[in-house]
Ligand binder design. Sequence first.
Ligand SMILES: [Zn+2]
Ligand SMILES: [Zn+2]
Length: 319
Amino acid sequence: MHQLRWHALLQQWVVVTTARQNRPQMPANWCPFDPGSGRVPDHYDVYLYPNDFPAFAADVPPFETSTGLFAETGPRGACDVVLYSPEHTLPPSRLSLESWRKVVDLWAERTRHHAANPDIALVAVFENCGEAVGVTMPHPHGQIYAMPFIPPIVEKEIASARQFAQTHNGDCLLCRLLEEELRQQSRLVAQNEHFVSFVPYAARFPGEIWICGRRHMRTLLDLNAAERASLAESISIVRRKYDALYGFVLPLMMSVRQAPLRPDDAPYHMYVQFLPLQRSATKLKYLASIETAYGTFLADTAPEEMAQTLRNCEPATSL
Ligand SMILES: [Zn+2]
Ligand SMILES: [Zn+2]
């Protein structure tokens, strides 16, 4: 079974894909992403690998908007794996700046590729890192989902952006938030020429960080080469700071939030969001009932304190 089912109460799509349950158990000492596996080139630095068990695929019925009680439709789209490096045990945080540049360039290239496909509404670029996030494959990699609909959290952010613009002379909500973060300074973590990294005012996860462009940019396609390099540097700095926080590779989710491919009236501002799952050196943050069943987050750490700690973590950067 491979279909989208409409959740009538939450008004969102659920991907039902039973084939993923039958994923073969890999031999313990074999990795398909390693050069020599026969599944990837013998030499690569960054490589796009088609997901063997895609949640969204080209060979399924097309997606059609439908909102009946038991509506279902096809999860038309694409899922790819981005291999960051041929080195099996290299944590993403130790990637060279050069590799991060290539990764960011590939993200932009894939966004451009999917933008030409009328089936695709949004390109979700993300990474799950660490066993606590359920990652079974240590090989450094991220993913790209080309989705036929706008996922609910992005839809909510678009609605917020639209509402803010309507009541503030067309201004961008995130541009204004960033202006205020730069003025208050207490939650800043790092900055470079084109991007600012900060712990958001109402961070939901311990040490949550957003990397936000200084100028308004909707998607990765709006970034020029210098800005892509600047974003790569920001990501590298944030990842190394996270490692320095407790002295080990922090389990986290990283997502590139970009605007839908078909522009609308809302001034959506792309950013990179990090959601770490470690709330202390020895404790994990679990998403329990109040977070998962009710959607309300309890944060155990003050955003300003986390920002100060992360600001001082190596590599320390001048603000
Ligand atoms: Zn590997
Ligand atoms: Zn903006």
